[in-house]
Design a protein around this ligand. Structure first.
Ligand code: FAD
Length: 520
């Protein structure tokens, strides 16, 4: 029996109502091995994300058991005269509803549900790769590969994200200067296209699909399997933080460190990140917990130019078998840097604990009820040639002296990014990630409210536009196709559109990105 549904999509204060017709029996006839659910709890969890600012309820949620389940569902959407949308949902850690859909089915890629038959991670020790399910969390990939003494090379700061979710964006952290983003560390994918075909793709096979899907914002297919490059896993990490009061000294040092990417492992750090400290409150922030409370450095005693300090965060990985040379290697590297001498802070920990560091902070925030709050995050790639102006206008200008969350800043080498993938980055050899990772608190002071922080994000983007600083949003979010066009630039927009036409001609997939409207 046809069911007439009216779904309400609440976008902040904007309410959009979509009406459509759908026959749930069509889906029941697909013979899926997984679980298709319209249970309120499933619909509710697929209607929200980490950003906490958008809400859109699907009509059903599929917990797939196999890639074929995903293919059958998408094929049915593609073939059906009425049509419906299909959005893969990784772990729902998007900010702006990117994994949601109002008039279709969410494929819940992570988690248990109907996943009994889902593929298990398979590790090839000989060829140093792991074949993993697209909805696998990176923490679980790590656990599986460590059984063989191996680990992926390129990471995100937080591991409770799915393989398919981060590969649809890029997947970056402090290793990206050296290994490239996660999308540069994938050998092969199984992908269900918007036509419902299940295809294997790689550099050599179906290469256009392979490149399209990497950084493709879920627009061209659903990744059901990824073959991830591995390395011998380090055992321990020396984790160092040093402070700077001068921005140009800070960026010179960061750029110097990432220029060492071609050197032997002993002559470079393994991870280079950094963050901006505009208020002392941040020192006690979740990302920087190891500065406090026993940190001997009194931040207020350091003379910050323009009231802002910069923290360089670096690590050196090692095996216990070469522990005796690590101190010397670090000393040689640190001697080249020009940080505030008294500000060095070092700790030593197991590799897994370093990789999983943000999860510990998550547990603390959860216990205080501060995790499930709105997160108006803004991530920008800023060209190296304009980063000093960005510092002056934003860190020392727009932000004032309260930030409501960590602000990360670190450079990456463009040479480690593949131009054939769908992700866009600034046209310079080196560009910075600047990430404003802020939490809104309705009961906080005025500078902590969602309105205040959202307006500040807008001001930052407006500043870049006025000053013609050609930033690119990472994990991009736009409201109109004109803005998407600008984001990609004419050349890459044409390519993106052609790829859409080839792989998802009915615009079924990942409509929560709001790039293309479904054609039914
Ligand atoms: P979702 O949010 O569920 O999905 C994201 C998009 O990908 C959606 O459009 C969805 O339809 C699509 N998608 C999901 N799965 C698939 C699939 N299998 N195939 C095709 N498309 C799919 N990012 C970084 O790069 N570096 C970081 O250090 C980092 N740290 C983070 C820390 C936290 C606390 C949070 C909340 C996010 C962080 N992110 C980081 C962002 C993260 O990479 C993105 O949110 C990304 O979308 C992964 O999240 P997810 O697996 O929950 O995917």
């Amino acid at each position: 029996m046809a069911t007439k549904l009216l779904l309400t999509l609440a976008i902040c204060r904007l309410i959009v109502t979509v009406g459509f017709t759908f026959n749930p029996n069509d889906l029941l006839r697909l013979g899926l091995n997984g679980k298709l659910s319209a249970a309120p709890a499933d619909l509710q969890s697929a209607s929200v994300d980490f950003g906490g600012m958008y809400r859109a309820e699907p009509m059903a949620v599929l917990h797939p058991a196999t890639s074929e389940d995903v293919a059958r569902l998408v094929k049915s959407a593609y073939d059906s005269a009425r049509g419906f949308t299909v959005s893969a949902r990784g772990h729902g850690h998007s900010i702006n509803g990117q994994a949601m859909t109002t008039n279709g089915v969410v494929v819940q890629m992570s988690g248990g549900g109907g996943s009994k038959n889902k593929m298990l991670t398979k590790v090839s020790e000989e060829f140093m790769y792991a074949d993993v399910w697209g909805g696998e969390l990176w923490i679980d990939v790590l656990t599986s590969t460590l059984e063989y003494g191996l680990a992926p090379k390129s990471w995100t700061d937080y591991l409770y994200l799915t393989v398919g979710g981060t590969l649809s964006n890029a997947g970056i952290s402090g290793q990206a200067f050296n290994h490239g983003p996660q999308i540069s560390n994938v050998h092969e994918l199984d992908v269900v296209t918007g036509k419902g075909e299940l295809l294997t793709c790689s550099e050599k096979e179906n290469s256009e699909l392979f490149q399209a899907v990497l950084g493709g914002l879920g627009q061209f297919g659903i990744i059901t399997r990824a073959r991830i490059a591995l390395e011998q896993s380090p055992q321990r990490v020396r984790w160092i933080r040093v402070l700077y009061s001068n921005f140009s000294t800070f960026t010179q040092d960061q750029e110097y460190l990432i220029s060492l990417h071609g050197k032997p492992a002993s002559q470079k750090f393994d991870y280079v990140e950094g963050f901006v400290i505009v208020d002392e409150g941040l020192i006690n922030n979740w990302r920087s917990s190891f500065f406090s409370p026993s940190n001997p450095v009194k931040v207020s005693s350091l003379k910050a130019e323009g009231g802002v300090l910069y923290c360089l965060e670096i690590t050196k990985n090692y095996h216990l078998s070469n522990a005796d040379t690590i101190d010397q290697e670090i000393e040689i590297l640190l001697k080249k840097l020009n940080y505030i001498p008294a500000s060095e802070f070092t700790t030593d920990l197991p590799y897994v604990d370093f990789l999983d560091r943000v999860h510990k902070a998550e547990l603390k925030l959860r216990s205080k009820g501060l995790w499930e709050v709105p997160h108006p995050w803004l991530n920008l790639f800023v060209p190296k040639s304009r980063i000093a102006e960005f510092d002056k206008g934003v860190f020392k200008g727009i932000l004032g002296n309260k930030t409501s969350g960590p602000i990360l800043i670190y450079p990456m080498n463009k040479s480690k990014w593949d131009d054939r993938s769908s992700v866009v980055t600034p046209e310079e050899d080196v560009f910075y990630l600047v990430a404003f990772l802020r939490s809104a608190l309705e009961n906080g002071d005025e500078t902590q409210t969602l309105d205040y922080l959202s307006n500040q994000n807008y001001e930052i983007l407006k500043f870049c536009e006025d000053e013609k600083i050609n930033v690119k949003q990472y994990l991009p979010h736009y409201d109109s196709q004109r803005e998407w066009r600008d984001h990609f630039g004419e050349k890459y927009w044409t390519r993106f559109q052609q790829r859409k036409l080839e792989f998802d001609p009915r615009h079924i997939l990942a409509t929560g990105q709001r790039i293309f409207m479904p054609s039914f």
